[in-house]
Ligand binder design. Structure first.
Ligand code: AMP
Ligand code: MG
Length: 436
């Protein structure tokens, strides 16, 4: 599958970004750039496999939920007089049973009652349900212990109270959770329209990067990024193509980029984007596509490239893909994925209404940064003894220290305006819960 570009908007602004971008500008430029892409294809997905998918069309309820007016608890359905009185009799004539799945066929007259179970349809004529615990029942009568607690319409779920026929049950663009899955199932639907998963090709770069199972020569490092990236992409419900490790050779990189753009909607790489002598990603991309921007004031993650593969998007859209060139450092990879790539990927997936959730927390210690740059420290948040949300760092914050990510439960953001954070200052945190 390939992304179709709306060619009238193809010259998007991120491709002429001057100078350095703040994280916020960078994130927005990415979102604006992918705006030019048409929505992904739509497929019908069985309800058992909906979690994580993005809904493509509104789900309209074909039925009332609940379908019938029913009891909210086990007890007795009563036919109370509707003559304006506020206090009711204590004794009722017991005339039958309404069980879940088996209704009471007759109609109750004022003063009559039936035994009822949770979810069973409330019989015609009944207008209140009273819980079993406050009743005494004999063969053909039921006595309410505190009749003054009786109210018309108590403990009755009205038909269509949750959803009425024709109402929107779930909006298009929603990322479906187990709760949506249950709701859609409750409507009796067997499948719904979702966006086809994005196909994302992933590779690592670097002559020093070695695959697991191989011996580790001097000056080498086992490939870390491909595994965290693939796992992150799968959590985002993408279909992943694993392209392995590529050497620091411009020609190989250019060929791989061009080939992968035919198969994938998005290509994500790590490493090779800084200005070191062996950093070829940018020059390779310039050969087969267009580089968007790479100068961003973020730490970790400063070398970050964005662009698209496929020069002739108008005449040859099938050879095009968005490109995210993440840094090489394992922590920087995860930080830039979460903060920069994730919002754009979710948009490409057709998801709407999603945003990064920064939550204010008190800094539990001093934290360093620099004005004009956004730092993301790895943090551990929790409640302090005063019951306030407080966050501390995991300690040393080198961008190669992946252990800091495993110990953390959030990122701590120190924005452009701050050179440092003092204990007790407020910082924004981004809990990992939604992705990691
Ligand atoms: P680069 O941007 O290619 O210069 O990489 C920056 C740092 O990240 C270097 O120390 C690399 O060895 C390291 N690095 C790059 N790719 C990977 C990878 N796939 N797994 C682990 N470390 C990596
Ligand atoms: Mg490298």
């Amino acid at each position: 599958m390939t992304l179709e570009l709306n060619t009238s908007q193809a010259a998007v602004s991120c491709f002429d970004q001057p100078g350095q971008l703040s994280v916020e500008q960078g994130r927005q430029a990415l979102l604006d750039a992918v705006d030019a892409a048409a929505k992904p294809q739509i497929i019908q997905q069985p309800i058992a496999e909906l979690a994580g998918c993005v809904l493509a069309e509104d789900v309209i309820s074909p039925i009332n939920v609940p379908a019938q007016t029913n009891a909210a608890m086990d007890g007795f359905a009563l036919a109370l007089p509707e003559d304006g009185r506020e206090v009711f009799e204590s004794e009722y004539e017991l005339v039958g049973k309404a069980l879940a799945g088996h209704g009471f066929a007759g109609e109750l007259k004022t003063g009559q009652a039936v035994t009822i179970t949770t979810g069973a349809p409330v019989p015609a004529g009944a207008n209140s349900v009273v819980m079993r615990e406050i009743c005494q029942s004999g063969d053909n009568r039921v006595v309410i212990e505190k009749p003054e607690s009786l109210r018309l319409n108590d403990n009755i779920r009205q038909a269509g109270e949750d959803l009425a026929t024709g109402q929107i049950a779930v909006k298009a663009g929603t990322r479906l959770t187990p709760a949506h899955q249950g709701l859609i199932a409750s409507l009796g639907l067997t499948e719904v329209a979702v966006f086809k998963p994005l196909v994302v090709a992933v590779f690592s770069t670097g002559d020093e990067v070695v695959a697991q199972g191989q011996p580790l020569p001097a000056h080498s490092i086992y490939d870390t990024n491909r595994y965290s990236l693939i796992a992150l992409l799968k959590k985002l419900h993408c279909d992943v193509i694993d392209l392995g490790i590529l050497p620091d050779q411009e020609a190989v990189l250019a060929k791989t980029l061009a080939e992968s753009a035919v198969k994938a909607d998005v290509v994500v790489s790590s490493g090779g984007v800084s200005v070191g002598v062996a950093d070829y990603i940018k020059t390779a991309l310039a050969q087969v596509g267009e580089i968007g921007f790479w100068r961003m004031n973020i730490r970790p993650g400063r070398p970050f490239a964005f662009g698209r593969i496929g020069k002739d998007l108008i005449n040859n859209p099938s050879g095009s893909a968005w490109f995210f060139g993440l840094p090489g450092n394992p922590v920087a990879v995860m930080v830039t994925f979460m903060q920069l790539a994730q919002p754009a990927l979710r948009k490409l997936q057709g998801e709407t209404g999603w945003q990064l959730q920064g939550i204010p927390a008190l800094a539990g210690e001093k934290m360093r940064s620099r004005e004009g740059r956004t730092d993301f420290h790895r943090g551990i948040f929790g409640f302090n003894s005063d019951g306030q949300l407080e966050v501390r760092t995991t300690g040393t914050q080198g961008s190669g220290i992946l252990r800091s990510m495993t110990e953390a439960n959030c990122l701590i953001e120190i924005g452009d305006a701050h050179a440092a954070i003092a204990p007790g200052d407020t910082v924004n945190i981004y809990p990992f819960a939604d992705l990691l």
